[in-house]
Structure formats: structure tokens, C-alpha cells
Design a protein around this ligand. Structure first.
Ligand SMILES: [Fe+2]
Ligand SMILES: [Fe+2]
Length: 308
């Protein structure tokens, strides 16, 4: 797919900033070793002692969140190929994509090691679903560099929250420390992508805003093709780990503020319309969140009444 001419121009204009952001990331990143986070002493032979649900120590919704996050990380080959094809011409992006892939790769290794060692996942479900996820690939329609920067800025922030909240709500010291460490990487990735978009906004604000409106109108996290996505993401949403409220309050509102979208001047009519769409988006998410929360509360009330 040939990128839009505006995206090619933006990549050129942002090239020095991209180089600077890659250098900043290399300075900021902390090299860490996943093996130091795993409770290896808890490991047992699965042949002698097959997995049973009763061995799990984490709450079911936390286990679901960690499994969903891990299966999403497992699809790394597709994310790398998208980055490599979309940003192929840029030397700095080639360097970024390599480093980013190496860092992302550790997330799946670390989470898999933790879940298998602590017996907080059914190992057969994990492997069967991994096979399916990787065979299905990533349902990604984004092929333009500008759109991909806009998407990844939002998605990395969402991924940071999804990992961090899963660990924070786990009520388990090891899970908390590990997921906080993984989330810190995601936050650094977010800072890189946000920085590129910030720079691009300086050059072609209307074009970037139109991209934001387009990408956010159909935003979906990369794990949607995994088996039982709807059931699993609903469980994660109910637990408050990642849902429409989190997306509005912790992803969209901070992003709109960081990018100072309300202060941009000299927009084309299309750019202005796109900005209106973006400024109204958090409220739309919050309205959906309120309906969802009301439904959950109603069901809980009904369940309590039946139990009584
Ligand atoms: Fe990751
Ligand atoms: Fe990431």
C-alpha cells in the first residue's frame, strides 16, 4: 500500500525528532531481566502433577486479564511486520522497530514464565489459544505511517494501563512487581509515539487531526482476533482493569491535553471537524461506560435479591 503523500512529507519533516526520540528512549530505558521476577521455587512438573484450577492463586478475572494480555503480546510477529513494512524507508524507525520488538518480546516470555510457574493459567488453553492467535494474525487495516503513529500512541497507553491495572488489582506482590515492570516499558513506548505525533501536529495539524478522528472512530486493541475475546474483554472490563471509563479518563483525556488539541489554530474545515470529533470522544466513551456500569449494578442487585 502506497502511503499518502502527506504522510511521506510528515515522516520527512519529523525525521530529526524521530531520531532524537529514539536516542531519548535508549537513554531512558532500563535493561531488565525477566528471570529475576519469576518465583521459580514454585515450579512443579506438569507431567507428574497436571494443572488443576484449584492450584491457581489469583482471582479468575486477574488470570483472564493476564492471559488476554499475554496472548496479545504473543502476536508480536504481526506487529513487527506492520511496523517494518509501514516505516521501511526510515533508518531511525528501523532502529526503533528493532529495539521495540526486542523489548516487547521479553513481555510475553516474562508473563508466560510467571503464569506457568505460579500455575495461574491452564497451560493447554494457553498453548491452544496461542496457536490460534498466531495463525489468525492481526486484524489490522492501518497501513499509512501517520495513521500508525496515531494508533500506536493510543494503543501503547492503553496497553500500559491494561498491564499495570492487572498487576495492581492482583493482590499479589510478585504479579504486581512483574506487571509494573512490563507496564513501565509500555509507558516508554507510549512516550515515543506520542512525541512523534506531537511533532507531526506542528507541521500539518489538520492532516494529523483527520488521522486521529479516522483512527479513533474505529479504535480496537490488537487482541480482538483471539478466541473468546468478547467474554474475556468483558470480564476485564467488569473488573475495572480496562474498559470504556479507563479509556476515556486515562487514555483519551490525557492525550487530548498533552497534544493541546483545543489550542490549535488555522485549521482547515476538515481539521476543525476532526478536532470537534476528538474533543467529544471522551464523553461518548463515558456515556457508554455509565450504561455498562448501570447494567452491572442492576445485575448485581438482582443476584443479591435472589440470594436473599
Ligand atoms: Fe508489551
Ligand atoms: Fe509496547
Amino acid at each position: 500500500m502506497i502511503p499518502r503523500s502527506e504522510s511521506v512529507a510528515l515522516m520527512k519533516a519529523a525525521a530529526p525528532t524521530i531520531e532524537k526520540l529514539v536516542a531519548e528512549h535508549k537513554e531512558r530505558r532500563e535493561h531488565w531481566y525477566f528471570h529475576e521476577f519469576i518465583p521459580w521455587e514454585q515450579g512443579r512438573n506438569y507431567v507428574d502433577e497436571p494443572w488443576d484450577k484449584s492450584q491457581a492463586t489469583l482471582a479468575p478475572e486477574i488470570r483472564t486479564a493476564l492471559l488476554l494480555n499475554l496472548l496479545t503480546e504473543d502476536n508480536l510477529p504481526y506487529y513487527y511486520s506492520t511496523l517494518a513494512v509501514t516505516y521501511g524507508e526510515s533508518e531511525a524507525m528501523r532502529e526503533w522497530s528493532g529495539l521495540w520488538t526486542a523489548e516487547e518480546g521479553q513481555h510475553a516470555v516474562a508473563m508466560r514464565s510467571y503464569l506457568l510457574t505460579s500455575r495461574n493459567v491452564d497451560p493447554m488453553v494457553l498453548e491452544d489459544d496461542r496457536m490460534t492467535v498466531v495463525q489468525r494474525g492481526w486484524d489490522n487495516s492501518i497501513t499509512d505511517p501517520l495513521d500508525l503513529f496515531v494508533y500506536t500512541a493510543t494503543q501503547e497507553k492503553a496497553t500500559f494501563l491494561s498491564h499495570f491495572n492487572a498487576g495492581a488489582k492482583a493482590d499479589d506482590e510478585i504479579a504486581y512487581k512483574l506487571m509494573k515492570r512490563v507496564a513501565a516499558d509500555e509507558n516508554h513506548h507510549f512516550m515515543f509515539y506520542r512525541g512523534v505525533v506531537t511533532e507531526m501536529l506542528q507541521h500539518m495539524p489538520s492532516e494529523v487531526l483527520c488521522s486521529m478522528a479516522k483512527v479513533n472512530a474505529s479504535f480496537a486493541m490488537p487482541g480482538t482476533t483471539m478466541p473468546n475475546w468478547t467474554r474475556r474483554s468483558l470480564e476485564v472490563a467488569k473488573a475495572g482493569i480496562y474498559n470504556h471509563r479507563v479509556h476515556a479518563e486515562k487514555v483519551l483525556i490525557p492525550l487530548l491535553r498533552d497534544w493541546k488539541l483545543d489550542q490549535i489554530t488555522d485549521l482547515t474545515p476538515e481539521g476543525d471537524e476532526a478536532r470537534d470529533f476528538m474533543m467529544a470522544l471522551p464523553d461518548q466513551y463515558l456515556q457508554t461506560a455509565e450504561l455498562f456500569e448501570a447494567r452491572i449494578a442492576k445485575r448485581a442487585k438482582k443476584a443479591t435479591a435472589v440470594a436473599v
